[in-house]
Design a protein around this ligand. Structure first.
Ligand code: NDP
Length: 464
């Protein structure tokens, strides 16, 4: 019998923590997991205030377009559809509660002991849980574990400026009350661009401010310009090279003064200016866990910190902040600590060719290198592109256009970048990511028969 209470204690019940706890327990490990369930249910950012509710709201926004476009296909809409924000919020909340329950059942069904408590490290093998006594007074429980996994995720960050208390983040936007008829979004990353599109689609007057030359820094330049132009066509008032000076509350809503003197009036101001690791009060410094400049937990290739019994995965390590990445990292930790699943080799996590989508309207899907990165890495590259109006929009009346782009390393003919702006970009790019992981060449793309009529077939019919 081990001298420890648990073989693995996981702090944080988000994507990475739940996956690690469940898989470790399935390998026979004695696993505990702490999450402050009073704040959010199990599932972390992705389930509660991220990917899942965001995608549901994106679907809601798409209906608005679809009603308008249906007339071109013969539908006669007698009265204008009305949007009920309360219905969407309630249905979303029900679905998220259901998912919280599914996560709880998966954990408990695997034999994980789940604690509704804030956990703090007390040593290389010690955790202290802040719990409530039977009479409701604050209490605590101390446990020991052979290994500890920090999977506490991240939290939105709002920079300092006058009136910052009037800004909200992606944590609050889902339940905002009342519905913001005028929404100002600050930032040019995933979250800002997605919510600008969503609330524009739902019917708000949306202004998006970004401090740089073009939104979505780091993505392929042509894709960035193309999606920005499409968002503007859809109605987003995108202001580049713009930043907020201060926010003041007035009788007519929030008065936002921008650099250069421009003023935007808004009912809500969403700050989506990045996320920071959730490390507050975890006791990292006291235990000597090394952290980086953004307070992130520093880990090696096995997600082990400088304290050998303590590991960390997901957003708290401030690498790629994506749910599937946290899941992959969690699997590597479990295989490392408890051995791989029967008959399987130990999992490895590769950060090459990670596909991703931005659920703007239209959406962006991308895998591999941008044109600029490919030129820097390989020198000679051949770029193939196709820009067109999707078949649906020949009747819909929409002027939305689609862009697809392939970047090929000229010397080897290998496809090293694949990008798209258009409907269902994420669904399309996922499959092509497999081909790229397998090292597909442009000749292989060319020899693949297309599915007609689809947008995706463009990727296998592009000629120089
Ligand atoms: P990002 O890091 O993607 O974007 C932050 C944005 O805010 C950038 O445009 C940045 O500008 C800007 N910014 C940063 N600091 C300031 C400041 N002080 N003043 C003004 N602007 C500022 O963060 P997000 O919050 O959008 O998202 C966090 C992460 O979550 C993403 O990186 C992504 O990994 C993940 N995510 C993934 C999604 C998906 O897969 N679909 C959806 C949502 C989130 P600059 O570019 O100039 O630095």
């Amino acid at each position: 019998m081990s001298a420890y209470d648990f073989d693995l204690f996981v702090i944080g019940g988000g994507s990475g923590g739940v996956r690690a706890a469940r898989m470790a327990a399935q390998r026979g490990a004695r696993v505990g997991l702490a999450e402050t369930l009073g704040t959010d249910g199990l599932g972390g950012t992705c389930v509660n205030v991220g990917c899942i509710p965001k995608k549901l709201y994106s679907y809601a926004a798409h209906y608005n377009e679809a009603f308008g476009e249906s007339t071109g296909f013969g539908w006669e809409v007698d009265s204008l559809p009305r949007f009920n924000w309360a219905t969407l919020k309630a249905n979303r909340a029900n679905e998220i509660s259901r998912l919280n329950g599914v996560y709880g059942n998966l954990l408990r069904g695997s034999g994980v002991t789940v604690f509704d408590a804030f956990a703090r490290l007390t040593g290389p093998h010690g955790v202290l849980l802040a719990t409530l006594n039977a009479d409701g007074s604050p209490g605590h429980q101390a446990f020991t574990a052979k290994s500890i996994l920090i999977a506490t995720g991240g939290t939105p960050h709002i920079p300092h400026f006058t009136g910052r208390e009037h800004a909200i983040t992606s944590n609050e936007i889902f339940d905002l009350e009342p519905y913001p008829q005028r929404l100002l979004v600050v930032g040019g990353g995933y979250i800002a661009s997605e919510f600008a599109s969503i609330f524009n689609g739902l019917g708000s007057k949306v202004t998006q401010l970004y401090r740089g030359e073009q939104i979505l820094r780091g993505f392929d330049d042509e894709i960035r310009h193309f999606v920005a132009a499409e968002m503007v066509k859809h109605g987003v008032d995108l202001r580049l090279n713009a930043d907020v000076v201060d926010i003041r509350k007035t009788d007519d809503g929030l008065r936002v003064e921008c650099e250069g003197g421009a003023v935007v009036m808004a009912d809500a101001v969403l700050y989506a200016t990045g996320r920071v690791p959730n490390v507050k009060d975890l006791g990292l410094a006291a235990v000597g866990v090394a952290q980086g400049g953004k307070d992130e937990v520093i880990v090696n290739a096995h997600y082990q910190t400088n304290v050998p019994s303590i590991f960390a995965v997901g957003d708290v390590t401030n690498r790629l902040q994506l749910t599937p990445v946290a899941l992959g990292e969690a699997m590597v930790v479990v295989d490392h600590l408890f051995g791989p699943a029967a008959g399987k080799p130990p999992r490895e996590m590769s950060y090459e060719c990670i596909p991703t989508a931005i659920f703007t309207h239209p959406s962006v899907g991308t895998v591999g290198l941008s044109e600029r990165e490919a030129r820097e890495r390989y020198g000679a590259v051949t770029v193939f592109r196709s820009e067109f109006k999707a078949l649906k929009h020949t009747l819909s009346g929409s002027s939305e256009r689609t862009l697809m782009k392939l970047i090929v390393e000229t010397a080897t003919d290998r496809v090293v970048g694949l990008h798209m702006v258009g409907a269902e970009a994420g669904e399309i790019v996922q499959g092509f990511a497999v081909a790229m992981k397998a090292g597909a060449t442009k000749a292989m793309f060319d020899s693949t028969v297309g599915i007609h009529p689809t947008a995706a077939e463009e990727f296998v019919t592009m000629r120089g």
